[in-house]
Design a binder for this molecule. Structure first.
Ligand code: AHG
Ligand code: MN
Ligand code: MN
Length: 335
């Protein structure tokens, strides 16, 4: 790329040329990016910044919170509450919604986030990230309630994530393809490094936590079993495996070079639809993947068409290269 295009310029041009981004949404995305920059700084300091280890509390899902889960959550709230672009926020780390306080103007957008994805990787210095999804508050009602958030993923107006890895990269869609930005630490700004990310429709790489194999359902077992048989098996080719245990990093790899990611429903906790959360993990990632030419289902239907019934709803996730996702989904349908 001959001329460097900053995130700010990219968003201004999107607003000007495509009409995809109203000015309030542009502000929102800039603010989220700024918050990610500051989370990135905290992540980089590691032990020197006192950010490692557990906070000694649990979130609404019964998971032990790490210090960085809480720090990232606070950074995102503080950055976003005063700008006038939001009505409310929802987060993996908060039981209910966070309504913008009365002292600030209320905007028309709703922001959902997983402030720190891949918490088990924080203390071992492996890539982690932030995932976010933006919805519009339904028109008509003056206040804002949790039910306003319960919209299917196909209603998202923006979605993205930031990976804190060897590089800090922000990946974004506003419904016009997927753009990737890399943080230039000297300049302090995100610079466009890939304009139209596309993932291949075929792949020979899968991502799943194999230690759960004995708990899987038959269609998932069948798919992985066929992959493992390699050249001699029904697929007639060898497969490779990757599992980072940070969805954000696994999805980033898949957006970059293809692959299929699965965190399916399993028999450990059969009453739960899956481990991952629909509204702030699966929905934004599914939209990004679809925008880049991939697919995302829960085995039975397109994730983006699922009507959520609660904020912290869980979902079975199969996403990535189109032909593999379609195959796994086909294996789920009754003969
Ligand atoms: P979070 O850290 O936000 O709770 O999410 C962790 C998720 C996801 O990022 C990852 O794919 C998965 O949990 C890893 O789970 P396992 O440890 O069961 O492999
Ligand atoms: Mn997560
Ligand atoms: Mn998290």
């Amino acid at each position: 790329m001959s001329q460097r295009i900053s995130l700010t310029r990219y968003l201004v041009e999107q607003q000007r040329m495509e009409g995809h981004i109203p000015s309030q949404l542009r502000l929102l995305l800039e603010v989220v990016a700024r918050a990610c920059k500051s989370i990135s700084q905290a992540v980089n300091k590691g032990a020197l910044g006192g950010v490692l280890g557990t906070a000694g509390s649990e979130n609404v899902q019964g998971e032990v919170q790490k210090k960085l889960d809480i720090i990232a959550n606070e950074v995102l709230i503080e950055a976003n509450e005063w700008g006038g672009h939001l009505a409310a926020m929802a987060s993996e780390e908060m039981d209910g919604i966070y309504v913008v306080p009365n002292r600030y103007p209320q905007g028309e957008y709703l922001l959902l986030f997983d402030p720190l994805d891949g918490s088990s990787n924080i203390d071992v210095n492996v890539s982690i990230g932030t995932i976010f999804s933006v919805l519009k508050k339904p028109e008509g009602d003056s206040g804002v309630e949790e039910s306003d958030f319960l919209q299917a993923g196909n209603q998202q107006v923006a979605a993205g994530y930031c990976v804190y890895g060897p590089q800090t990269t922000l990946v974004l869609t506003v419904g016009d393809g997927v753009a990737m930005f890399t943080l230039d630490r000297e300049q302090g700004s995100f610079v466009l490094t890939e304009e139209n990310m596309r993932l291949p429709e075929d792949t020979q790489e899968f991502a799943i936590n194999m230690s759960n194999m004995r708990h899987w359902d038959t269609p998932v077992k069948r798919y992985i079993d066929e992959c493992l048989q390699g050249k001699e098996g029904p697929r007639g080719k060898d497969f490779n495996m990757r599992w980072i245990a940070s969805m954000v990093a696994d999805v980033h790899r898949i957006l970059t070079r293809g692959g299929v990611f699965m965190y399916p429903w399993d028999k450990r906790e059969p009453e739960k639809a899956g481990k991952l959360r629909l509204m702030y993990e699966a929905n934004p990632m599914s939209w990004l993947i679809e925008q880049a030419g991939g697919a995302a289902t829960n085995g039975k239907q397109r994730i983006l068409d699922i009507q959520p019934t609660k904020l912290h709803e869980r979902v079975s996730v199969i996403l990535g290269s189109k032909n593999e996702v379609e195959r796994v989904t086909r294996y789920h349908s009754p003969l």
